[in-house]
Ligand binder design. Sequence first.
Ligand code: ZN
Length: 187
Amino acid sequence: MGMTKKSPSASPEFSVREFFQRFPDEQACLEHIMAVRFGGLHMDCPACGVEVTYHKLTKRRVYACPECLHQIAPTANTILHDTRTPLVSWFYAMYLFCTTRHGVSGKELQRQLGVTYKTAWRIGQHIRDLTSKAQGFDALLAGHIELDEAYVGGRRSGGKRGRGAPGKTIVMGLAERDGRMKAVVNP
Ligand SMILES: [Zn+2]
C-alpha cells in the first residue's frame, strides 16, 4: 500500500465545512465514538443481552441501557476521557493536525479553538505526542500510533489496520477511503 506523496492539506475532500457539518456538536462526536466502538446506539446490550437503544444521560458523556441501566462511557480509556474541553474542539484539533503539513502551534490552536493558550498547549501536546510516534503525517494517515492506552491512527483503504493490541484504543484518525478524507474514531 503506497503512502500518499502529496500533502494531506492538499486534499480538499474533507473540508473544514464538511468537518463541522459532520461534527457540529458534542453529541455528534459522542455518537461517532459510540458508532465506531460499539456499532451505534442500537445494540445487544453487553450487560443484559437485550436488543436496545442506549440513551444519553443528561449533561454526562455516558449512555445507559433502558432495560438494565448499564452505563457506557464512550470516551473511556481514551485521551478524551474526563476532558472539560468540548469534544468538537478535540476533534477539530486532531483534524487540524492531520490536515496541516507543518504542524499546528499552540497559538494557532488557541485562535482556532477559542480556548485559553494553556488549554490549547495541552491539547497540542497530547496530539503532538501521538503524531510524533507516527513518524509523520503520512504515517498518521496510513498507520497507527500509541500513547499509553490510546492510539491515534487511521488507515488507507486496503491498508493494514494497526489495532488489536490488548487494552489499546484508537482515538481518532483521518483516513482516505474511496478517495474521501474521513475522520474516524476506532476502538
Ligand atoms: Zn442492558
